[in-house]
Design a protein around this ligand. Structure first.
Ligand code: PLP
Length: 409
Protein backbone atom coordinates (compact mmCIF):
# COMPACT_ATOMS: atom_id res chain seq x y z
CA UNK A 1 0.00 0.00 0.00
CA UNK A 2 1.14 3.57 -0.75
CA UNK A 3 2.17 5.44 2.34
CA UNK A 4 0.20 8.66 2.43
CA UNK A 5 2.19 11.85 2.09
CA UNK A 6 0.97 13.51 5.32
CA UNK A 7 0.95 17.00 3.83
CA UNK A 8 -1.61 15.87 1.26
CA UNK A 9 -4.03 14.11 3.62
CA UNK A 10 -7.32 15.96 3.24
CA UNK A 11 -9.72 16.76 6.08
CA UNK A 12 -12.27 14.48 4.47
CA UNK A 13 -11.82 11.87 1.77
CA UNK A 14 -15.44 12.38 0.79
CA UNK A 15 -15.42 16.05 -0.21
CA UNK A 16 -14.15 15.71 -3.80
CA UNK A 17 -14.20 16.57 -6.58
CA UNK A 18 -13.56 20.34 -6.66
CA UNK A 19 -15.74 22.52 -8.88
CA UNK A 20 -13.70 21.62 -11.96
CA UNK A 21 -14.01 17.93 -11.31
CA UNK A 22 -10.53 17.36 -9.92
CA UNK A 23 -9.62 14.70 -7.41
CA UNK A 24 -6.09 15.88 -6.64
CA UNK A 25 -4.34 15.90 -10.02
CA UNK A 26 -6.85 13.44 -11.50
CA UNK A 27 -10.23 13.85 -13.17
CA UNK A 28 -11.14 17.14 -14.82
CA UNK A 29 -12.79 17.82 -18.12
CA UNK A 30 -10.57 17.26 -21.15
CA UNK A 31 -13.11 17.64 -23.95
CA UNK A 32 -13.44 19.40 -27.28
CA UNK A 33 -14.89 22.90 -27.09
CA UNK A 34 -18.00 21.69 -28.89
CA UNK A 35 -18.72 19.22 -26.10
CA UNK A 36 -18.30 21.73 -23.30
CA UNK A 37 -21.83 23.24 -23.36
CA UNK A 38 -23.37 19.74 -23.17
CA UNK A 39 -21.22 18.72 -20.25
CA UNK A 40 -22.04 21.94 -18.43
CA UNK A 41 -25.74 21.36 -19.08
CA UNK A 42 -25.51 17.90 -17.51
CA UNK A 43 -23.58 19.31 -14.56
CA UNK A 44 -26.10 22.08 -13.94
CA UNK A 45 -29.03 19.70 -14.22
CA UNK A 46 -27.38 17.19 -11.90
CA UNK A 47 -26.64 19.88 -9.29
CA UNK A 48 -30.20 21.12 -9.58
CA UNK A 49 -31.91 17.75 -9.17
CA UNK A 50 -29.64 15.62 -7.00
CA UNK A 51 -31.13 16.96 -3.76
CA UNK A 52 -34.59 17.64 -5.19
CA UNK A 53 -37.15 15.74 -3.06
CA UNK A 54 -39.24 14.72 -6.08
CA UNK A 55 -36.19 13.40 -7.97
CA UNK A 56 -35.03 11.49 -4.91
CA UNK A 57 -38.44 10.04 -4.26
CA UNK A 58 -38.86 8.86 -7.87
CA UNK A 59 -35.36 7.31 -7.82
CA UNK A 60 -36.10 5.55 -4.57
CA UNK A 61 -39.50 4.30 -5.81
CA UNK A 62 -37.93 2.60 -8.89
CA UNK A 63 -34.90 1.41 -6.88
CA UNK A 64 -37.25 -0.40 -4.54
CA UNK A 65 -40.08 -1.72 -6.69
CA UNK A 66 -38.28 -2.17 -10.02
CA UNK A 67 -34.66 -2.93 -9.11
CA UNK A 68 -35.41 -4.69 -5.82
CA UNK A 69 -33.42 -2.58 -3.36
CA UNK A 70 -32.29 -2.69 -0.66
CA UNK A 71 -30.12 -5.69 -1.49
CA UNK A 72 -29.45 -7.92 1.54
CA UNK A 73 -26.20 -7.96 3.49
CA UNK A 74 -25.67 -11.69 3.88
CA UNK A 75 -23.34 -13.53 6.25
CA UNK A 76 -21.61 -16.16 4.10
CA UNK A 77 -21.29 -18.66 6.94
CA UNK A 78 -20.02 -21.69 5.03
CA UNK A 79 -17.42 -19.65 3.19
CA UNK A 80 -16.42 -18.10 6.53
CA UNK A 81 -16.06 -21.57 8.11
CA UNK A 82 -14.09 -22.84 5.16
CA UNK A 83 -11.63 -19.93 5.22
CA UNK A 84 -11.34 -20.21 9.01
CA UNK A 85 -10.80 -16.53 9.85
CA UNK A 86 -12.76 -13.31 9.51
CA UNK A 87 -16.53 -13.32 9.10
CA UNK A 88 -17.35 -12.70 5.43
CA UNK A 89 -20.46 -10.76 4.49
CA UNK A 90 -21.72 -10.39 0.89
CA UNK A 91 -23.52 -7.26 -0.23
CA UNK A 92 -25.98 -8.98 -2.56
CA UNK A 93 -26.10 -6.54 -5.50
CA UNK A 94 -26.23 -9.50 -7.85
CA UNK A 95 -29.89 -9.80 -6.87
CA UNK A 96 -30.77 -6.53 -8.60
CA UNK A 97 -32.96 -6.62 -11.69
CA UNK A 98 -30.62 -7.31 -14.68
CA UNK A 99 -28.20 -9.10 -12.37
CA UNK A 100 -25.66 -6.48 -11.39
CA UNK A 101 -25.12 -3.03 -9.92
CA UNK A 102 -25.15 -1.22 -13.28
CA UNK A 103 -28.87 -0.49 -13.12
CA UNK A 104 -28.37 1.73 -10.03
CA UNK A 105 -26.56 4.14 -12.33
CA UNK A 106 -28.62 3.87 -15.53
CA UNK A 107 -31.81 4.46 -13.54
CA UNK A 108 -30.40 7.61 -11.96
CA UNK A 109 -29.12 8.97 -15.26
CA UNK A 110 -32.30 8.32 -17.23
CA UNK A 111 -34.40 10.08 -14.59
CA UNK A 112 -32.07 13.06 -15.01
CA UNK A 113 -32.30 12.85 -18.83
CA UNK A 114 -36.10 12.90 -18.59
CA UNK A 115 -36.07 16.03 -16.45
CA UNK A 116 -33.73 17.69 -18.96
CA UNK A 117 -36.30 16.99 -21.70
CA UNK A 118 -33.92 14.72 -23.66
CA UNK A 119 -35.54 12.52 -26.31
CA UNK A 120 -32.76 10.10 -27.20
CA UNK A 121 -30.32 8.05 -25.11
CA UNK A 122 -26.88 6.87 -26.18
CA UNK A 123 -24.44 4.60 -24.35
CA UNK A 124 -21.18 2.71 -24.89
CA UNK A 125 -20.75 -0.90 -23.90
CA UNK A 126 -17.92 -3.43 -23.80
CA UNK A 127 -19.20 -6.78 -22.59
CA UNK A 128 -22.77 -5.57 -23.04
CA UNK A 129 -23.75 -5.35 -19.38
CA UNK A 130 -24.03 -1.56 -19.35
CA UNK A 131 -25.74 -1.69 -22.74
CA UNK A 132 -28.35 -4.07 -21.34
CA UNK A 133 -28.87 -1.95 -18.21
CA UNK A 134 -29.31 1.14 -20.40
CA UNK A 135 -31.64 -0.58 -22.88
CA UNK A 136 -33.68 -1.78 -19.89
CA UNK A 137 -34.36 1.68 -18.49
CA UNK A 138 -34.96 3.06 -22.00
CA UNK A 139 -37.72 0.47 -22.47
CA UNK A 140 -39.10 1.36 -19.06
CA UNK A 141 -39.21 5.09 -19.83
CA UNK A 142 -40.01 4.76 -23.52
CA UNK A 143 -36.93 6.51 -24.91
CA UNK A 144 -35.05 5.38 -28.03
CA UNK A 145 -31.69 3.82 -27.17
CA UNK A 146 -28.54 3.70 -29.30
CA UNK A 147 -25.66 1.59 -28.03
CA UNK A 148 -22.12 1.89 -29.42
CA UNK A 149 -20.27 -1.41 -29.25
CA UNK A 150 -16.95 -2.53 -30.70
CA UNK A 151 -17.34 -4.91 -33.65
CA UNK A 152 -15.04 -7.36 -31.89
CA UNK A 153 -17.16 -7.24 -28.75
CA UNK A 154 -20.36 -7.75 -30.78
CA UNK A 155 -18.87 -11.01 -32.00
CA UNK A 156 -17.76 -12.10 -28.52
CA UNK A 157 -20.92 -11.09 -26.67
CA UNK A 158 -23.77 -12.34 -28.86
CA UNK A 159 -26.25 -13.07 -26.01
CA UNK A 160 -26.06 -9.53 -24.67
CA UNK A 161 -26.38 -8.09 -28.18
CA UNK A 162 -29.61 -10.04 -28.59
CA UNK A 163 -30.84 -8.96 -25.14
CA UNK A 164 -30.36 -5.32 -26.06
CA UNK A 165 -32.27 -5.85 -29.31
CA UNK A 166 -35.12 -7.57 -27.45
CA UNK A 167 -35.29 -4.51 -25.22
CA UNK A 168 -35.62 -2.30 -28.30
CA UNK A 169 -32.12 -0.85 -28.55
CA UNK A 170 -30.21 -0.14 -31.75
CA UNK A 171 -26.60 -1.39 -31.74
CA UNK A 172 -24.01 0.52 -33.73
CA UNK A 173 -20.86 -1.52 -34.47
CA UNK A 174 -17.63 0.42 -33.95
CA UNK A 175 -14.78 -0.55 -36.27
CA UNK A 176 -12.23 2.14 -35.43
CA UNK A 177 -9.11 1.44 -33.35
CA UNK A 178 -9.16 -2.04 -31.88
CA UNK A 179 -12.99 -2.23 -32.22
CA UNK A 180 -13.47 -2.58 -28.46
CA UNK A 181 -14.79 -0.60 -25.49
CA UNK A 182 -12.46 2.42 -25.59
CA UNK A 183 -13.34 2.97 -29.28
CA UNK A 184 -17.05 2.59 -28.54
CA UNK A 185 -16.76 5.31 -25.92
CA UNK A 186 -14.96 7.61 -28.38
CA UNK A 187 -17.73 7.12 -30.96
CA UNK A 188 -20.46 7.72 -28.39
CA UNK A 189 -18.78 11.01 -27.45
CA UNK A 190 -18.70 11.91 -31.16
CA UNK A 191 -22.41 11.10 -31.56
CA UNK A 192 -23.16 13.32 -28.59
CA UNK A 193 -21.41 16.34 -30.15
CA UNK A 194 -23.38 15.95 -33.38
CA UNK A 195 -26.75 15.51 -31.65
CA UNK A 196 -26.44 18.34 -29.17
CA UNK A 197 -30.11 19.20 -28.81
CA UNK A 198 -31.95 16.03 -27.96
CA UNK A 199 -29.42 13.44 -26.76
CA UNK A 200 -28.28 12.31 -23.31
CA UNK A 201 -25.16 10.17 -22.95
CA UNK A 202 -25.39 7.56 -20.16
CA UNK A 203 -21.80 6.63 -19.25
CA UNK A 204 -21.43 3.20 -17.64
CA UNK A 205 -18.74 3.64 -15.02
CA UNK A 206 -17.30 6.27 -12.70
CA UNK A 207 -15.07 7.67 -15.47
CA UNK A 208 -15.39 10.20 -18.31
CA UNK A 209 -15.38 14.00 -18.02
CA UNK A 210 -16.71 15.80 -14.94
CA UNK A 211 -19.49 15.50 -13.67
CA UNK A 212 -19.76 11.81 -14.66
CA UNK A 213 -17.28 10.33 -12.15
CA UNK A 214 -19.07 12.16 -9.33
CA UNK A 215 -22.59 11.51 -10.61
CA UNK A 216 -22.04 7.77 -11.24
CA UNK A 217 -20.39 7.47 -7.81
CA UNK A 218 -23.36 9.13 -6.16
CA UNK A 219 -25.87 6.83 -7.87
CA UNK A 220 -23.78 3.77 -6.93
CA UNK A 221 -23.24 4.97 -3.35
CA UNK A 222 -26.57 3.41 -2.46
CA UNK A 223 -24.50 0.21 -2.16
CA UNK A 224 -22.26 1.58 0.59
CA UNK A 225 -25.01 3.57 2.31
CA UNK A 226 -27.12 0.43 2.66
CA UNK A 227 -24.15 -1.79 3.62
CA UNK A 228 -23.01 0.64 6.32
CA UNK A 229 -26.47 0.79 7.91
CA UNK A 230 -26.93 -3.00 7.57
CA UNK A 231 -23.64 -3.95 9.22
CA UNK A 232 -24.27 -1.51 12.07
CA UNK A 233 -27.68 -3.10 12.52
CA UNK A 234 -26.42 -6.71 12.29
CA UNK A 235 -23.07 -6.45 14.07
CA UNK A 236 -23.39 -3.20 15.94
CA UNK A 237 -20.08 -2.04 14.54
CA UNK A 238 -18.27 -1.12 11.34
CA UNK A 239 -16.44 -3.79 9.32
CA UNK A 240 -12.66 -4.15 9.52
CA UNK A 241 -12.29 -4.50 5.77
CA UNK A 242 -14.45 -3.73 2.75
CA UNK A 243 -13.56 -4.98 -0.68
CA UNK A 244 -14.78 -4.78 -4.29
CA UNK A 245 -13.57 -5.53 -7.81
CA UNK A 246 -12.62 -2.76 -10.23
CA UNK A 247 -13.22 -2.36 -13.94
CA UNK A 248 -13.84 1.36 -14.30
CA UNK A 249 -14.50 1.41 -10.59
CA UNK A 250 -18.21 2.22 -10.19
CA UNK A 251 -19.34 -0.62 -7.92
CA UNK A 252 -16.19 -0.20 -5.84
CA UNK A 253 -16.50 3.56 -5.34
CA UNK A 254 -20.21 3.02 -4.60
CA UNK A 255 -19.33 0.68 -1.74
CA UNK A 256 -16.26 2.63 -0.59
CA UNK A 257 -17.43 6.22 -0.58
CA UNK A 258 -19.68 6.15 2.52
CA UNK A 259 -16.81 4.49 4.48
CA UNK A 260 -13.91 6.71 3.33
CA UNK A 261 -13.82 8.77 6.52
CA UNK A 262 -14.13 5.75 8.84
CA UNK A 263 -10.42 5.43 9.55
CA UNK A 264 -10.82 2.04 11.25
CA UNK A 265 -12.10 0.52 7.99
CA UNK A 266 -9.51 -1.02 5.68
CA UNK A 267 -10.54 -0.54 2.04
CA UNK A 268 -9.33 -2.76 -0.80
CA UNK A 269 -9.95 -2.49 -4.55
CA UNK A 270 -9.20 -5.54 -6.70
CA UNK A 271 -8.05 -5.11 -10.29
CA UNK A 272 -7.81 -7.86 -12.89
CA UNK A 273 -4.26 -9.16 -13.37
CA UNK A 274 -5.32 -11.32 -16.34
CA UNK A 275 -2.44 -13.64 -17.28
CA UNK A 276 -0.25 -11.82 -14.74
CA UNK A 277 1.07 -8.24 -14.59
CA UNK A 278 4.46 -9.29 -16.11
CA UNK A 279 2.66 -10.81 -19.12
CA UNK A 280 1.43 -7.37 -20.16
CA UNK A 281 -1.98 -8.94 -20.71
CA UNK A 282 -4.04 -7.63 -17.83
CA UNK A 283 -6.49 -4.88 -16.87
CA UNK A 284 -4.74 -3.50 -13.78
CA UNK A 285 -4.55 0.23 -14.57
CA UNK A 286 -3.24 1.24 -11.13
CA UNK A 287 -0.84 -1.66 -10.64
CA UNK A 288 0.45 -1.74 -14.22
CA UNK A 289 -0.45 1.58 -15.84
CA UNK A 290 0.54 5.24 -15.65
CA UNK A 291 -1.28 8.59 -15.66
CA UNK A 292 -2.58 10.00 -18.92
CA UNK A 293 -5.73 11.44 -20.46
CA UNK A 294 -8.54 9.36 -21.96
CA UNK A 295 -12.28 9.87 -22.35
CA UNK A 296 -12.18 13.38 -20.93
CA UNK A 297 -10.30 12.81 -17.68
CA UNK A 298 -6.80 12.37 -16.32
CA UNK A 299 -6.29 9.02 -14.65
CA UNK A 300 -4.17 5.86 -14.61
CA UNK A 301 -4.22 4.12 -18.00
CA UNK A 302 -2.67 1.11 -19.68
CA UNK A 303 -0.24 2.57 -22.22
CA UNK A 304 2.61 1.43 -24.40
CA UNK A 305 5.99 3.20 -24.52
CA UNK A 306 4.57 5.84 -26.91
CA UNK A 307 1.60 6.65 -24.70
CA UNK A 308 -0.82 4.73 -26.93
CA UNK A 309 -3.67 3.12 -25.02
CA UNK A 310 -3.37 -0.65 -25.04
CA UNK A 311 -6.26 -3.07 -24.86
CA UNK A 312 -6.87 -4.65 -21.51
CA UNK A 313 -7.19 -8.38 -20.96
CA UNK A 314 -9.21 -10.19 -18.32
CA UNK A 315 -11.16 -13.44 -18.23
CA UNK A 316 -13.96 -11.19 -17.03
CA UNK A 317 -15.22 -9.01 -19.87
CA UNK A 318 -16.59 -6.44 -17.42
CA UNK A 319 -13.15 -5.70 -16.00
CA UNK A 320 -11.25 -5.14 -19.22
CA UNK A 321 -11.35 -1.35 -19.40
CA UNK A 322 -7.85 0.11 -19.98
CA UNK A 323 -8.48 2.93 -17.47
CA UNK A 324 -9.96 3.51 -14.04
CA UNK A 325 -12.18 6.22 -12.59
CA UNK A 326 -10.15 9.28 -11.49
CA UNK A 327 -11.31 9.14 -7.86
CA UNK A 328 -9.59 5.75 -7.51
CA UNK A 329 -6.37 7.17 -8.95
CA UNK A 330 -6.52 9.84 -6.27
CA UNK A 331 -7.41 7.43 -3.44
CA UNK A 332 -4.43 5.35 -4.57
CA UNK A 333 -2.18 8.42 -4.55
CA UNK A 334 -3.20 9.55 -1.06
CA UNK A 335 -3.02 5.97 0.23
CA UNK A 336 -6.57 5.74 1.59
CA UNK A 337 -7.43 2.65 -0.46
CA UNK A 338 -5.19 -0.33 -1.08
CA UNK A 339 -5.26 -1.63 -4.68
CA UNK A 340 -4.29 -5.21 -5.40
CA UNK A 341 -4.64 -7.46 -8.42
CA UNK A 342 -5.87 -11.00 -8.98
CA UNK A 343 -5.17 -13.24 -11.99
CA UNK A 344 -7.66 -15.06 -14.23
CA UNK A 345 -6.73 -18.38 -12.58
CA UNK A 346 -7.20 -17.05 -9.06
CA UNK A 347 -10.57 -15.57 -10.03
CA UNK A 348 -11.65 -18.96 -11.41
CA UNK A 349 -10.79 -20.50 -8.04
CA UNK A 350 -12.79 -17.83 -6.22
CA UNK A 351 -15.69 -18.41 -8.60
CA UNK A 352 -15.82 -22.14 -7.87
CA UNK A 353 -15.33 -21.68 -4.13
CA UNK A 354 -18.39 -19.41 -3.99
CA UNK A 355 -20.52 -21.83 -6.04
CA UNK A 356 -19.70 -24.78 -3.81
CA UNK A 357 -19.77 -23.20 -0.38
CA UNK A 358 -22.62 -20.74 -0.76
CA UNK A 359 -24.76 -21.99 -3.64
CA UNK A 360 -24.25 -18.69 -5.40
CA UNK A 361 -22.80 -18.53 -8.92
CA UNK A 362 -21.05 -15.16 -8.93
CA UNK A 363 -20.07 -13.11 -11.95
CA UNK A 364 -16.39 -13.41 -12.88
CA UNK A 365 -15.88 -9.76 -11.89
CA UNK A 366 -16.66 -10.17 -8.16
CA UNK A 367 -14.91 -13.57 -8.31
CA UNK A 368 -11.73 -11.44 -8.34
CA UNK A 369 -12.75 -9.87 -5.03
CA UNK A 370 -13.65 -13.33 -3.71
CA UNK A 371 -10.18 -14.60 -4.61
CA UNK A 372 -8.62 -11.82 -2.57
CA UNK A 373 -11.01 -12.46 0.33
CA UNK A 374 -9.84 -16.06 0.34
CA UNK A 375 -6.24 -14.80 0.69
CA UNK A 376 -6.85 -12.37 3.56
CA UNK A 377 -9.71 -13.87 5.62
CA UNK A 378 -7.67 -16.82 6.97
CA UNK A 379 -5.03 -14.38 8.29
CA UNK A 380 -7.65 -12.34 10.18
CA UNK A 381 -9.23 -13.08 13.57
CA UNK A 382 -12.60 -14.77 13.90
CA UNK A 383 -13.95 -11.62 15.53
CA UNK A 384 -13.08 -9.55 12.47
CA UNK A 385 -15.48 -8.65 9.67
CA UNK A 386 -15.11 -8.35 5.89
CA UNK A 387 -17.83 -6.89 3.66
CA UNK A 388 -17.46 -7.78 -0.02
CA UNK A 389 -19.59 -6.42 -2.84
CA UNK A 390 -21.05 -9.33 -4.78
CA UNK A 391 -21.83 -6.97 -7.64
CA UNK A 392 -23.08 -9.41 -10.27
CA UNK A 393 -24.41 -12.88 -10.88
CA UNK A 394 -22.66 -15.44 -13.03
CA UNK A 395 -25.33 -16.67 -15.46
CA UNK A 396 -23.63 -14.67 -18.20
CA UNK A 397 -20.27 -16.29 -17.46
CA UNK A 398 -20.97 -20.02 -17.42
CA UNK A 399 -19.77 -20.56 -21.01
CA UNK A 400 -16.54 -18.65 -20.36
CA UNK A 401 -15.92 -20.66 -17.21
CA UNK A 402 -16.68 -23.96 -18.95
CA UNK A 403 -14.17 -23.09 -21.65
CA UNK A 404 -11.52 -22.06 -19.13
CA UNK A 405 -12.02 -25.32 -17.23
CA UNK A 406 -11.83 -27.31 -20.46
CA UNK A 407 -15.42 -28.53 -20.19
CA UNK A 408 -17.68 -28.90 -23.23
CA UNK A 409 -21.35 -28.07 -22.75
C1 PLP B 1 -19.49 -3.88 -15.48
C2 PLP B 1 -19.25 -4.72 -14.31
C3 PLP B 1 -18.14 -4.50 -13.47
C4 PLP B 1 -17.09 -3.46 -13.74
O1 PLP B 1 -17.54 -2.14 -13.66
P1 PLP B 1 -17.25 -1.18 -12.45
O2 PLP B 1 -17.59 0.16 -12.97
O3 PLP B 1 -15.81 -1.31 -12.09
O4 PLP B 1 -18.13 -1.60 -11.32
C5 PLP B 1 -17.99 -5.31 -12.36
N1 PLP B 1 -18.87 -6.27 -12.07
C6 PLP B 1 -19.94 -6.52 -12.83
C7 PLP B 1 -20.87 -7.62 -12.44
C8 PLP B 1 -20.17 -5.75 -13.98
O5 PLP B 1 -21.24 -6.00 -14.74
Amino acid sequence: MNKPDQSSVPESYRSGPDENGHFGIFGGRFVAETLMPLILEVENAYNKYKDDPEFKSELSYFSKDYVGRPSPLYLAQRLTDQLGGAKVYFKRDELNHTGAHKINNTLGQILLAKRMGKKRIIAETGAGQHGVATATVCALFNLPCVVYMGAKDIERQAPNVFRMKLLGAEIIPVISGTATLKDAMNDALRDWVTNVEDTFYIIGTAAGPHPYPEMVRDFQSIIGIEARAQILEQENRLPDTIIACIGGGSNAIGLFHPFLDDSSVNIIGVEAAGFGIESGQHAASLTGGKPGVLHGNRTFLLQDGDGQIIDAHSISAGLDYPGIGPEHSWLHDVGRVEYVSVTDDEALEGFQLCCRTEGIIPALEPAHALAHVSKIAPRMGKDQIIVMNLCGRGDKDVFTVAKALGVEI
